[in-house]
Design a protein around this ligand. Sequence first.
Ligand code: ARG
Length: 427
Amino acid sequence: MKKVVLAYSGGLDTSVAVAWLQEQFGANVVTLTVDVGGGSMRDGVERRAMSAGASRAYVVDARERFATDFVWPHLQANALYQGAYPLATALARPLIAQLLVEVARREGADAVAHGCTGKGNDQVRFDVAVHALDPGLEVVAPMRVGMGLSREQSIDYAEARGIEIPITKSSPYSIDVNLWGRSIETGVLEDPWTAPPADVFQWTVDPSAAPAPVEVVIAFEGGVPVAIDGERLDAVDLIDRLHALAGAHGVGRIDHVEDRLVGIKSREIYEAPAAVVLHTAHRALEGLTLTKDTLRFNRLVADELARLTYDGLWFSALHRDLRGYIASSQRVVSGEVRIRLDHGTAVLVGRRSPLSLYDKDLATYDEGDAFDHAAAVGFIEIFGLPLRVEAARHGAVGKHHGAAWAWTEPLLESLPTTVADPATAPA
Ligand code: ARG
């Protein structure tokens, strides 16, 4: 390894890694810091990289691209890993991996490096993505190959080499942040029975301390949010605006025991105020504008896309093709959604769309009902035909345990029942 591009957060671990890579491998170290929003950028990263011995420090503002090319397609897909996690950390990895590869090419580097441990998902995401884009690049993870230092050891290591130490106070948690979410794990959170202490949360107030509920109207075009309360905003500003508003109302806390790719269950707390509101709103608008069949199929795609992203398979053909399907399915997902932010919950209270499939004249039970009630009889006749034939030939099946495969056990006999007639009815 002659020259290595290191994904550099500017924190203590990756600062130490700059010097460590040089000392272990005699490598020229170039750092790459990617701003993916959410306050992930630390001040003075270039200076710190230099103090640790980097030959060059790249800093890339990728916030808008992260939002439009990575976050939006997953919002459009309603993609939540295991139905819960909006994938913030997982979504940023392929973007950072791609930038690592591009900087490596520009710099003529033969390796890239990242600060992940050998136990998590992120190492897999980086390694797999980098090798999909450039199989010739070596990927080094100092934490995986011997750099594992305690916080105290890292501080000593840095001080002995004049590496500038970031002035963040040590956190009892392991935290990853970008504009779509904040991921918090380890420490007392490792006991899934322990309620998350207040110091876990930075983006959301305690729901019970939230102010009086407010309503917000989100406008979508083609499945992408474009305006809040009538004000058009670009992707980053829109997310930031909702983040502040929903967070102030305690919305966006997620407590998830998830299945990591490496086979272990881990307990993770997420703060994702904007993601929670936008997912709620987007699903509501799909319910109004997409057919029953499309909705059903989209749920399968959502699950599959979430899994592929979680598992680091962004640069696979299946991932690309599912994104293509989703983009196409979203053409009609335009309109507005009203959400009430109420003490920790994003409550859906209204939706409307010029492309709505909802037809009041068909749905109403009041005056003006256009639905043909008499036609329902013929419909049910045909719809129920296979079931009637089956029940006639095989018996109606109401129970699938026990010896009898036809439903024979009487229900009425086993339930407390009273029968009144004119002679016995209470007055
Ligand atoms: N479990 C999440 C994921 O794999 C987040 C991991 C982020 N790291 C952290 N230090 N919390 O996507």
